[in-house]
Design a protein around this ligand. Structure first.
Ligand SMILES: [Zn+2]
Length: 114
């Protein structure tokens, strides 16, 4: 898959999003940042109510540590068993990506985006 064929569209104007370094931009130059964890923040700068909306690094690390205990693995396994697709799957609100990563491993032929 090329970046221009990601299947992602701009939530503001619905034109295709194209990767430009660590940002994704549409032809109208709406721009979305890619976090170091790899997810795309689909909030525009003027929609952010703080400089760092969402979870901070400590919150994400605590959630990852908790999920890595495997206590929610049965839920992830049950969700994965219900999904049968080989196209692009968009996990909206994927958090730190626990379920997204496990779904991608479950469906290696799919392109799972969080
Ligand atoms: Zn746009």
């Amino acid at each position: 898959m090329t970046d221009s064929a990601s299947g992602l569209i701009c939530p503001k104007c619905e034109q295709p999003l194209i990767a430009n370094g660590k940002q994704w931009q549409c032809p109208d130059r709406h721009s979305y940042d890619t976090a170091k964890q790899g997810y795309i923040n689909l909030l525009l700068a003027n929609q952010k109510k703080s400089k760092n909306p969402g979870d901070d690094a400590d919150m994400v690390r605590a959630r990852t540590d908790f999920l890595d205990t495997g206590i929610y693995a049965p839920i992830s396994d049950a969700l994965n068993a219900m999904v049968a697709a080989d196209g692009v799957i968009l996990d909206i609100g994927c958090g730190e990506g626990y379920y997204t990563e496990r779904l991608q491993k479950h469906l290696p032929q799919a392109s799972v985006i969080g």
